[in-house]
Ligand binder design. Structure first.
Ligand code: PLP
Ligand code: COI
Length: 341
């Protein structure tokens, strides 16, 4: 079998059923061996912990075709570590790191015909996730869990690819002080749905959240961390205990310092500083780097990159360097790239 016959250059960021997915079950205190299966259906009791009390967390990473035709993935070990934090915080069993990484490699290999070709602008998105699968009615953790990894080919997260988007400063919160903003719990996304629908209805691509305790400092959007570039070319990114520790952001900080000789500041960013920056963007697995052209602060517009309809030069350089590392045209730091053989 060869590559699937898809219109790779025009894929949305959406779900498509692919050939195989990975499934493992946790019962009586241990994980089974797990397997790849064609069956895309999940069969659980009506009273499952995930259905009653949202006991679920997930991850997101991608597989790429390199310029020389290899299939690779990017830092799956960090997804395993972050999922471990999510599981511990949600009283779920940890799926061991080595097994997590191996399952990612196996599921990519089993779906290699779905990995978009180099240069198409599309990638294979992997969604590892876990949920409580046995019946609970009192508020307590499940005893049984399922860990799965599905894959689906995707195009850009925001329509228009790298065209600047407009976001609004949000009045609602995605995280609570000392809550679960720093883990990838499904509940964080459930509670953002009303706000994202409202943002879209009002012409905004995303909500930019501020710190939930004081609404003073910039945090992140519903699905990505935030990057700023100062007028003198420094990379500045918010530091907060209630944002997700983005693997893309942590990688970009290293790329900025080691590949582009940039100064980097990870610190609290007061919303009063927003107008001082030259460029702004989102970063994440789905978002890669997506430029923000405007932030709407209750009717007041803050404009980046002089209002041009394109990504600013510094974010563009960062994006090209990161995607070059991911797609094999730039040498990666040791341990970042895993090849699927
Ligand atoms: N912040 C949130 C809320 C997210 O959902 C994501 C996506 O995973 C990110 C940030 C970016 O994280 P990463 O770069 O690890 O994909
Ligand atoms: C990702 O970037 O992997 C995410 O999980 C973000 C989500 C909003 C698609």
């Amino acid at each position: 079998m060869g590559k699937k016959n898809l219109d790779w250059g025009n894929l949305p960021f959406g779900y498509m059923k692919t050939d195989k997915r990975f499934v493992a079950n946790y019962k009586n205190g241990k994980w089974d061996n797990g397997k790849l299966t064609k069956d895309d259906k999940v069969c659980i009791t009506e009273c499952a912990g995930v259905l009653q009390y949202a006991q679920t967390c997930f991850e997101g990473l991608k597989a790429y075709t390199t310029q020389d035709g290899r299939i690779v993935t990017f830092r799956p070990d960090l997804n395993a570590e972050r999922m471990e934090s999510s599981c511990k915080r949600l009283e779920m069993p940890v799926f061991p790191k080595e097994r997590f990484v191996q399952a990612c490699l196996d599921v990519i290999k089993a779906n290699k015909d779905w990995v978009p070709p180099y240069g198409s602008g599309a990638t294979l998105y992997l969604r590892p996730y876990m949920f409580g699968s046995d019946a609970v009615i009192g508020v307590k953790p499940s005893q049984e869990y399922q860990f799965r990894i599905l894959v689906t080919p995707v195009g850009p997260y925001f329509k228009g690819g790298v065209k600047p988007i407009t976001v609004r400063l949000s009045d609602l919160d995605r995280a609570a002080p000392h809550g679960t903003g720093d883990i990838k719990a499904g509940l964080n996304y459930a509670m953002s749905l009303h706000n994202i629908v409202d943002a879209h209805n009002n012409g905004f691509a995303e909500n930019m959240y501020t710190d939930p305790a004081t609404h003073t400092y910039i945090e992140e959007t519903g699905g990505a961390n935030i990057l700023f570039v100062t007028k003198d070319g420094k990379l500045v990114t918010p530091k907060s205990d209630s944002i997700l520790p983005s693997i893309t952001r942590r990688s970009l900080v290293q790329v900025a310092k080691d590949y582009l000789n940039m100064e980097v500041e990870e610190r609290k960013i007061n919303k009063s500083e927003l107008a001082d920056f030259a460029e702004c963007g989102l970063c994440g697995t789905a978002a890669v780097i997506s430029p923000i052209g405007k932030i709407n602060d209750h009717g007041k517009e803050i404009i980046y990159n002089d209002g041009k309809d394109e990504m600013g030069p510094v974010l563009n350089k960062l994006r090209d360097t990161l995607t070059g590392i991911q797609m094999g045209t730039i040498k990666a730091p040791e341990g970042w790239i895993y090849e699927i053989k």
